[in-house]
Ligand binder design. Structure first.
Ligand code: CTP
Length: 413
């Protein structure tokens, strides 16, 4: 499975700070998306995470010393940054930011940062008063002017017990920034403004449903769940409380999302209704249209009474039910239309039939490889018109869609 990060090389510089433990999760997420991660740890970082854990997760040697003969023989600091596609500093401590802003080079991390001509993304993390100090604010302005991308920090309770800005952005947010960079976007300058779904609840259905025939057999479809899971990840990254109601799939739970596993369409509807109200509801699941009217409680044996007579019954339409709800209708209800022909025309009639605000239409003809694949070409069909996007990978589609949805519902009053 190709991702935006497949084959990309990220040089992760881990600064000193309690948030360094979150960098381990960032490494895991990057590796999961097939990026190569090489890490440099500052001396202070070693107080919070061990070289061994970083090396185990990256699968690479961890670099710490500027003047280690073996390191210089294997890979000097110039070569370290040369072989990377992007440098990420997480956590970026006040000290590291100051060194970067001044161009100091007195350890391996700062020397590498000064010697590189690659893009740099930092995720600051420090005590709220250190963050607000005029010196840090000056350094931040300098770094931004130098073209350094900044993610966070977030507001929240910090390890030191104080409250305010200074918490390192979540690994999923940093990942979203890295993915955005490699997808061709500008390096993010993220702060609270980049998390427009903070305080909002986003409900997403994903995956197929399994409709039992008997205890061992079921009716299903080829949905991988990837688009819905990518949407959940994007919703988390934009700050939303994210609930993912998912049929059976083989995907890791997006970090930060609340997972509600279901099997059948009936269970999916019940779970979705129990999760309302929500601000945005996105129906990305490929719900089975039919179930077996009376599934057998026992395994059906072949032979004895000829072919089984499977009577089908129609499943509830979850999207239509929620879009038509008198009470608790989410502000934005989004459906997906998986079509094999007349994509736009069918999507338009689906928009009306289901009563939703937006249909994301895609062509799932076998030759397009959308079902089970990682790329998607979508058309946004609403009452006001059609917007067609180029082919993108599902993560990028999800990120852009979620930003679009956030714009549609506006900021929270
Ligand atoms: N959907 C749903 N519940 C169902 C069937 C569909 O919530 N029982 C949602 C899907 O999650 C998707 C949208 O409705 O967002 C469109 O589903 P699709 O299967 O493409 O359309 P159908 O209504 O089944 O129409 P058709 O089979 O004619 O294409």
């Amino acid at each position: 499975m190709m991702t935006t990060l497949s084959g990309k090389s990220v040089l992760l510089i881990i600064g000193g700070g309690i948030a360094a433990y979150k960098s381990l999760e960032l490494i895991r997420l990057l590796k999961q998306r097939q990026a190569k991660v090489t890490a440099i740890m500052t001396k202070a970082a070693g107080q919070f995470v061990t070289e061994l854990s970083v090396a185990s997760l990256t699968g690479e040697k961890v670099y710490t010393d500027l003047f280690s003969l073996t390191d210089e023989v294997e890979m000097g600091h110039i070569e370290l940054s040369r072989s990377a596609d992007l440098l990420v500093v997480a956590p970026a401590s006040a000290d590291l930011m100051a060194k970067m802003a001044q161009g100091l080079a007195n350890d391996l991390a700062s020397t590498t940062l000064l010697a590189t001509d690659k893009k740099i993304l930092i995720a600051p993390a420090m005590n709220v008063r250190m963050w607000r100090h005029p010196a840090t604010m000056r350094n931040l302005a300098t770094l931004k002017a130098d073209g350094v991308g900044v993610i966070g920090p977030n507001d929240g309770e910090m390890a030191c017990g104080e409250y305010g800005p200074g918490r390192m952005a979540e690994p999923t947010e940093i990942l979203a920034g890295i993915e955005a960079h490699f997808a061709g976007g500008a390096l993010p300058l993220m702060g609270a403004a980049s998390r427009p779904l903070t305080g909002r609840k986003v409900l997403i259905t994903a995956g197929p449903t399994h409709e039992p025939i008997d205890p061992v057999r079921y009716i299903a479809n080829r949905s991988s769940g990837r688009q819905g899971y990518a949407l959940a990840q994007a919703a988390v990254a934009l700050g939303a409380e994210t609930v993912l109601v998912s049929g059976p799939v083989h995907l890791p739970i997006p970090p930060g999302a609340q997972m509600m596993p279901v099997e059948t369409a009936a269970e999916m509807l019940k779970t979705v209704e129990a999760e309302l109200p929500a601000d945005i509801a996105i129906f990305a699941a490929a719900v089975a249209d039919w179930r077996v009217a009376s599934a057998s409680g026992q395994k059906i044996k072949k032979g004895s009474s000829g072919l089984p007579d499977l009577k089908l019954a129609e499943n509830p339409d979850i999207l239509k039910t929620v879009a038509g709800a008198k009470a608790k209708r989410p502000k934005l209800v989004v459906g997906f239309a998986a079509e094999t022909e007349n994509v736009i025309a069918n999507a338009k009639s689906k928009l009306a039939k289901k009563g939703c605000d937006l249909i994301i239409a895609n062509d799932v003809s076998a030759d397009k490889g959308v079902m089970g694949g990682n790329r998607n070409t979508v058309h946004l069909v609403s009452a006001t018109g059609v917007e067609s996007w180029p082919e993108l990978d599902k993560q990028e589609v999800a990120r852009r869609l979620m930003e679009d949805f956030a714009r549609r519902i506006g900021t929270k009053a």
